[in-house]
Design a binder for this molecule. Sequence first.
Ligand SMILES: N[C@@H](CCC(=O)N[C@@H](CS)C(=O)NCC(=O)O)C(=O)O
Length: 155
Amino acid sequence: MKKTGIDRRFFFAREKSGKLRALFFPVARLNTVIVKALRVGLGQLIIFIDFITRPGKKQRPAEAQAQVNQAARSLTLYQFHACPFCVKTRRTLHRLNVPVALRDAKNNEQDRQTLLEQGGKIKVPCLRIEENGETTWMYESKVIIEYLDQRFAAV
Ligand SMILES: N[C@@H](CCC(=O)N[C@@H](CS)C(=O)NCC(=O)O)C(=O)O
């Protein structure tokens, strides 16, 4: 069938956009790789800085520490290893010497699903608190840190 003027213009426009896409695809890919590398690099830097500047652990008499350890069994922190808000929260746990179980909600599919289904959303850090048969999913690093400080700083 003979191509009309409109058909031809449409055909050339499509061909041109295909070539443009082919030209820019490697650039876009390179951009993605650079952004990813920067993000990973920044994450590693945060972890390194955290490591070299980590505060000392709170020291308590054995009995008080045993009490804290017991209380920590009802807490679980859902987190990402390199998330700055999670690093901040883990530093608080370290400073207060509260051995809370950590769950990797980035790489562990089961933990991720649990956080989504029971907590309500994928956002970290999230502290799961089990108390008197009830479970609370606490989001926001600032709120979690305040809760931990209130509960454990004076023990
Ligand atoms: N205001 C929040 C910010 C938490 C936040 O933005 N967390 C990011 C990771 S650093 C997140 O959960 N993103 C969801 C995702 O990556 O799926 C806090 O202080 O806890």
